[in-house]
Design a protein around this ligand. Structure first.
Ligand SMILES: Nc1ncnc2c1ncn2[C@@H]1O[C@H](COP(=O)(O)OP(=O)(O)O)[C@@H](O)[C@H]1O
Ligand SMILES: [Mg+2]
Length: 273
């Protein structure tokens, strides 16, 4: 049986709502990222299942662009999810570094995100928390999507009975969640659009001074189309994704065949050259 005493914690690499992500070494000096989640915090947030759901999903699926789970254990106070460690961290940290062709890097990562969403949706998983902080980058500058704590797996939770509670910032919440409507995989397309917008501008498209105002902006689908900062093709893709009616979003209903209408969008054309 594994226990946390068998690891040497080197540093904290991430802070989350319910715990911390630790960089730790095992007895054979192998490095891992350990997502430590406090049972007490989960209990008070009425989210007792979050850690086990994340573990269950990561145990069932494996994909090139998704974090690799290595182990899972618990003690009286915490759950510990052991993941492969990616020292570059998330995409925001990578973009702060000196990388040669930022524009091509962004296109590549978002093409990989699209491939990942089509894998997940085809396997009846909705991630529900697509945002730059959850997009890790490995040594080869490829995507490793993480944080399946909000994900829905249709064998685990019936899609219709969703808890309508959000933790943290409301910036990325899709209008159908605010309106308590039936959820579809198109909520990840909304997250895709918000994330791409954030990557270019450094702010969420619907961010406002108050949460109330943010919700209003999301429900109305109003955001600033900053043409000086966002390249044309990216802005067109974003505009086609941030549509309040999920059935009108680009790619709606294409969950089982790899999102062809997004793939052939002008934003991805340069990648094919
Ligand atoms: N495997 C990993 N390797 C390196 N950094 C990681 C890893 N997993 C998470 N992190 C860092 O920790 C942050 C939070 O992780 P995440 O799983 O999203 O936790 P939370 O559910 O609390 O949001 C990420 O944004 C990233 O910076
Ligand atoms: Mg996260």
């Amino acid at each position: 049986m594994l226990s946390i005493s068998q690891f040497r914690v080197i540093k904290v690499v991430g802070e989350g709502g319910f715990g911390q992500i630790l960089l730790a070494k095992d007895q054979r000096d192998e490095l891992f990222a350990i997502k430590q989640t406090s049972k007490k915090k989960l209990f008070y947030a009425k989210k007792e299942n979050v850690s086990s759901i994340e573990n269950a999903i990561l145990s069932r699926i494996s994909f090139n662009y998704i974090v690799r789970k290595v182990f899972f254990f618990e003690d009286r106070h915490n759950y510990y999810l052991g993941l492969e460690y990616y020292h570059y961290g998330n995409i925001l940290k990578v973009l702060n570094r000196d990388i040669s062709d930022k524009n091509m890097f962004i296109k590549k990562i978002f093409a990989q995100l699209l491939e990942t969403l089509s894998f997940l949706h085809n396997n009846h998983v909705i991630h529900r928390d697509i945002k730059p902080e959850n997009m890790l980058v490995d040594d080869d500058y490829n995507l490793k999507l993480c944080d399946f704590g909000s994900a829905l797996y249709d064998d685990l939770i019936p899609l219709k009975s969703l808890p309508n509670s959000f933790a943290g910032t409301p910036d990325y919440i899709p209008p159908e969640v605010i309106g308590n409507e039936l959820l579809t995989p198109a909520i990840d397309l909304w997250g895709f659009g918000c994330s791409l917008y954030f990557i270019y501008t450094g702010i969420c498209p619907f961010h406002s001074e108050t949460n109330f105002r943010t919700f209003e902006q999301i429900k109305n689908g109003v955001f600033k189309k900053d043409m000086e900062i966002i390249p044309n093709s990216a802005l067109d893709l974003i505009t086609n994704l941030l549509i309040t009616d999920p059935t009108k979003r680009l790619g709606y209903g294409e969950w089982n065949n790899g999102y062809p209408s997004l793939l052939k969008h002008e934003f991805f054309v340069e990648l094919k050259k």
